[in-house]
Design a protein around this ligand. Structure first.
Ligand SMILES: Cc1ncc(COP(=O)(O)O)c(C=O)c1O
Length: 378
């Protein structure tokens, strides 16, 4: 079955009792049991809920994985994966990552003894060096947040497998429509379903997908034991969003590619970060492992913070807001928003400059988006 068909049908059989075509919102905390130890597959909604199950199944199907697990946020999903590690374990992390993931590692997991090495996402050798015998988990985003760097998942997975470690890929920026890390050798895929998966900026959610039964059992145990599960209404909204994921991603990409090319030529722009630009370092790799480049662009405006402020204050359609991946266009200033947790030195080291702006390009008409950017850059 093709992606578009799976998005609409996988895990979403008509309701057996009524024939309802859409999976109902099972807004229930508990389930009547016929006798002690005898039930219809559900006992308590932290452990399992039919609406959540439909979401987990469609996500697994779209990522070409065996098992899906839904969480209350992207960071709750990330926490579930980090919790696979024993105290004192070693984790190797790509150095260009979402600020919240960095905060989780540095402020919570370091305190409980996790050893963390940040590897340069532009250099696979730096991963090879860092993945010594005691590394248990390798965590990367690709494309990365906020610099849209691309990591060769297949080659990284070959390095990881030599050391008997686990490779987890945060696939939030690409969505399964453009990239399927499990098919490239990753063991675990993580999503902030808040973003493209739900696609309408109306829920917070997360997911983990794997084909490894042992990992699934451990993650499932954690999901129930720790309890950071999404409510059924949020699961329903995510399912509804997924039905149009393919259509939305095509539009996001079309608009983003056009705007990236526009920005690249603009005299008030220093540099554009978008993997779909054919002159870019990441282009060949992106073409090899992705079927599209996504809807996020970062760019450096000519000047510094005053020019950033001026540009953002003039925008009329792009809304200044955290998050990404919704149908509406958003603008974000990573140094003071999504990546404010990094110190000035850490940002400099990572190339997150004071004139960096991130756009989440929505699916409005391209003429309106271009006009908005054009008048704000004047
Ligand atoms: C790449 C990436 N991963 C994970 C997260 C965390 O997701 P959530 O905000 O749903 O917890 C984000 C949030 O922006 C993100 O951009």
């Amino acid at each position: 079955m093709k992606f578009e068909t799976k998005a609409i049908h996988s895990g979403q059989k008509p309701d057996p009792q009524t024939g309802a075509v859409i999976v109902p919102v099972y807004q229930t905390s508990t389930y009547q049991q016929e006798a002690i130890g005898k039930n219809k597959g559900y006992e308590y909604s932290r452990t399992g809920n039919p609406t959540r199950k439909a979401l987990e199944d469609v996500l697994a199907s779209l990522e070409e994985g065996e098992y899906g697990l839904a969480f209350a946020s992207g960071l709750a999903a990330t926490t579930a994966v980090f919790n696979l590690l024993e105290q004192g374990s070693h984790i190797v992390v790509g150095d260009d990552i979402y600020g919240g993931t960095y905060r989780l590692l540095e402020s919570i997991y370091k305190r409980s003894g996790l050893k963390i090495t940040y590897a340069d996402v532009d250099d696979l050798d730096s991963f090879e060096k860092a993945i010594n015998k005691d590394a248990k988990l390798i965590w990367v985003e690709t494309p990365t947040n906020p610099l849209l760097k691309i990591i060769d998942i297949k080659r990284l997975s070959e390095i990881v497998k030599r050391e008997d470690a686990i490779l987890a890929v945060d696939n939030t920026f690409a969505s399964p429509y453009f990239q399927k890390p499990l098919t490239l050798g990753a063991d675990i895929v993580v999503h902030s379903t808040t973003k493209y998966i739900s696609g309408h900026s109306d829920i917070i959610g997360g997911a983990v997908i794997t084909s490894n039964k042992q990992l699934y059992d451990d993650l499932k145990f954690y999901q129930n034991a720790a309890g950071a599960v999404p409510g059924s209404w949020d699961c329903w909204l995510a399912i509804r969003g997924i039905k149009t994921l393919a259509v939305r991603m095509r539009e996001h990409e079309k608009n983003a590619l056009y705007l990236a090319k526009y920005l690249e030529k603009h005299p008030n722009v220093n540099k554009v970060y978008y993997p779909g630009l054919s002159g870019s370092k990441q282009y060949d790799l992106a073409r090899k492992q992705m079927s599209g480049f996504g809807g996020i662009i970062s760019f450096e405006i000519k000047g510094g913070f005053p020019q950033v402020e001026k540009f953002i204050s003039k925008l009329k359609i792009f809304l200044l807001a955290e998050s990404l991946g919704g149908v509406e266009s958003l603008v974000c200033y990573p140094p003071k928003m999504t990546h404010s947790i990094f110190s000035v030195e850490e940002r400099e080291q990572r190339g997150i400059r004071d004139n960096l702006i991130r756009l989440s390009v929505g699916i409005e008409h391209i003429d309106d988006l271009t006009e908005d950017i054009k008048q704000a850059l004047l």
